[in-house]
Design a protein around this ligand. Structure first.
Ligand code: NAD
Length: 308
């Protein structure tokens, strides 16, 4: 069907757009994690445990931390939140992380971002021991990912891969465009796609002619952190569009980087916001935590992706 979106050109309207909801995918992962947690308890006589470090009183961070605790409990895992005031000396937090690294009862450690400006991110990345780094932000994990070695997968990009796989959207041999090059989303996203044999175009804030590149892609992953950046004119008709962005509007609603209603007219599949990528992140975190626990108890247990 032809559609004129007042964009100065006419585009093909997709016959029926599929919404890629996280719910069934997250439920599947959580069910599997829960079973592994039960087995772990039976085999090792203890619960897997995650420690979350929270600095300051950012409302969103508090909510995210609370959700991590709730889901850990739901899946049968133990958890704790260790809170510090905004003006804490970073050295004190580092000492606490060292203690957690050495604590045999702790399997996963996570430092909730954003951190106050007194913390140097390039140093914090090294604090958590790689075997307990369930966010997979440690440079060792980033390097392993890039080299295609077995490693933990960063939660949000891994969540996107799980979504695509669940909905049987193959990336192998396809042109995928990733907007964003952050260390936690854009870069690992491109690495995971490459690992799955996609041909990847990576765009960022200095990319010229963004639209020319995005329109070539049959899968577009948007992680720019810019509300409503992507309208239909950036999207190839029939493409799959994954919106990683999360923003709260002034009236309290959640929206993404993609103008959903407009892009839905031409995309073949899209993630909604909320309910798309967001819930996947937490499920993968739980998956990484049980994996970390299993690996610590059984050095032979395998990681999720392996070298070619
Ligand atoms: P970031 O700010 O660290 O990185 C944004 C990236 O987008 C940068 O690499 C930048 O170069 C690029 N960019 C910015 N404006 C651009 C433009 N106009 N054109 C092309 N590239 C542009 O953000 P981030 O941490 O990677 O997060 C991105 C978005 O994803 C945010 O909205 C964030 O809230 C969201 N997020 C969601 C989850 C989740 O669980 N769903 C997790 C992490 C981040």
């Amino acid at each position: 069907m032809l559609l004129d979106l007042n964009l100065g050109f006419v585009i093909l309207k997709s016959a029926s757009m599929i919404q890629l909801f996280a719910k069934p995918v997250a439920e599947k992962i959580q069910k599997e994690v829960k079973q592994r947690v039960s087995r772990f308890k039976l085999n090792y006589g203890r619960l897997p445990k995650i420690s979350v470090i929270l600095v300051g009183d950012d409302t969103a961070s508090r909510i995210y931390t609370q959700r991590k605790g709730e889901l850990s409990s739901l899946l049968g895992m133990d958890h704790e939140t260790i809170s510090f005031p905004m003006d804490v000396n970073p050295e004190l937090v580092r000492d606490r992380v060292r203690n957690l690294n050495d604590d045999p009862k702790i399997d996963g450690i996570l430092i909730q971002r954003p951190l106050p400006k007194t913390f140097r991110e390039e140093e914090v990345l090294y604090w958590i021991s790689p075997d307990k780094d369930v966010d997979a932000f440690h440079p060792v994990h980033a390097g392993e990912l890039l080299l295609g070695l077995p490693t933990f997968r960063p939660c949000t990009p891994a969540g996107v891969m799980e979504l695509l796989s669940f909905y049987k959207i193959s990336v192998s041999g396809r042109l995928v465009c990733v907007i964003g090059r952050s260390s936690i989303v854009g870069k690992p996203m491109a690495a995971l796609l490459l690992q799955s044999d996609a041909t990847v175009i990576q765009c960022h804030s200095k990319t010229q002619n963004l639209k020319e590149l995005t329109r070539q892609a049959s899968i577009l992953v948007v992680a720019a952190g810019r509300p409503g950046l992507i309208d239909a004119s950036y999207v190839q008709p029939g493409a799959t569009v994954i919106d990683v962005g999360i923003h709260r509007t002034q009236d309290g609603r959640l929206t993404g980087d993609v103008r959903f209603d407009e892009v839905a007219q031409i995309a073949s599949a899209m993630t909604p916001v909320p309910g798309g990528v967001g819930p996947m992140t937490l499920s993968i975190l739980m998956q990484n935590t049980i994996l970390a626990a299993e690996r610590r108890e059984n050095k032979n247990s395998s990681l999720l992706i392996s070298a070619e």
